[in-house]
Design a binder for this molecule. Structure first.
Ligand code: HSE
Length: 297
């Protein structure tokens, strides 16, 4: 009656898919242990690696868990242990990992009454607590793996997108905390028709490139007209990081989620490793502490 869960980090937006596209980082993530108890309700019994609230209603995993048990009305309760490895405010889906892990674990311990897709809305309740909006572009890939597209929010329609086997992500996380809620407050409400047209072209191009294993097309499509121009101002050496990764053969890159992490996509682990090393050198030059990761998708 206990499950140990790997809760993966994720990259939301993936440049041209603001709030709709996301991908799962297979080798980076938190660990959660969830235990079924006779006492009803949800209790957070341990948190390591981060300073997060133990009160269920104030904890992202707790809120997602409560939303799910409100729906399923089980005869049991649950104890949750959270062991964070993904830093809060890093831009690689820290809150989504917790929310997705909580609903996955509880659903599993109840013999999977809901499908993974059906769990998404409950996990987004946790995201809402963390960032003020119930965006699903981190929780969807955390639950389903690979690339996901939120085709529609109302009604919620999430699609798994096929991706080439050899696609790897490099992520650099400058250790400055950027809260999603703040990174959203700088965004413009309205966009021009011209920008919308460019964005649609790139999003379509990226999806097509993923399905056809066309790495060049994937690279050409990793471009963002809508949020990157505004948010990149908040990220030290953003342009240089992207250029350094591309100079080593990365296909392209951008801001990971709402930042400050910056990602690059590459064909093959070796290129992804080189891109990560090049981005690390840029950060080292300006003396900002950072973490760097390479992961298959
Ligand atoms: N799509 C969200 C945003 C992701 O860019 O604000 C947050 O991680």
């Amino acid at each position: 009656d206990t499950i140990k869960i790997f809760c993966p980090a994720t990259i939301a937006n993936v440049s041209c898919g603001f709030d709709v596209l996301g991908l799962c980082l297979e080798s980076i993530g938190d660990e959660m242990i969830i235990t079924k108890t006779n006492e009803k309700g949800v209790r957070i019994t341990a948190i390591t690696g981060a300073d997060l609230p133990f009160e269920t209603e104030k904890n992202v995993a707790g809120v997602a868990a409560l939303a799910l048990i409100e729906k399923l009305q089980p005869d049991y309760g649950f104890e949750i242990q959270i062991h964070k490895k993904i830093k809060a405010g890093s831009g690689i889906g820290s809150s989504a990992a917790s929310a997705a892990g909580a609903v996955f674990g509880i659903n599993y311990l109840l013999d999977n009454p809901l499908t993974l897709k059906e769990l998404i809305p409950f996990a987004t309740e946790g995201e809402k607590l963390a960032s003020g909006t119930a965006h699903a572009d981190n929780v969807a890939p955390a639950l389903l793996g690979g690339f996901t597209l939120v085709r529609s929010y109302e009604p919620l329609d999430v699609i798994s997108i096929k991706a080439p086997e050899e696609l790897y992500a490099s992520v650099i996380h400058p250790q400055i905390e950027l809260k999603t809620i703040d990174a959203r407050s700088v965004l413009r409400e309205n966009i021009s028709l011209k920008k919308a047209t460019i964005q649609c072209g790139n999003l379509g191009g990226l999806i097509s490139g993923l399905y056809t294993n066309d790495y060049e097309l994937i690279g050409r499509s990793l471009h963002d007209e809508l949020v990157e121009p505004v948010r990149s101002i908040l990220i030290p050496k953003f342009k240089e990081l992207k250029a350094a990764a591309k100079a080593e053969g990365a296909l392209g890159g951008g801001i990971s989620g709402s930042g400050p992490s910056v990602f690059a996509l590459s064909k093959g682990r070796e290129t992804a490793q080189k891109a990560a090393t090049a981005m690390a050198a840029v950060m080292q030059d300006i003396g900002v502490p950072f973490e760097v990761h390479v992961s298959p998708i």
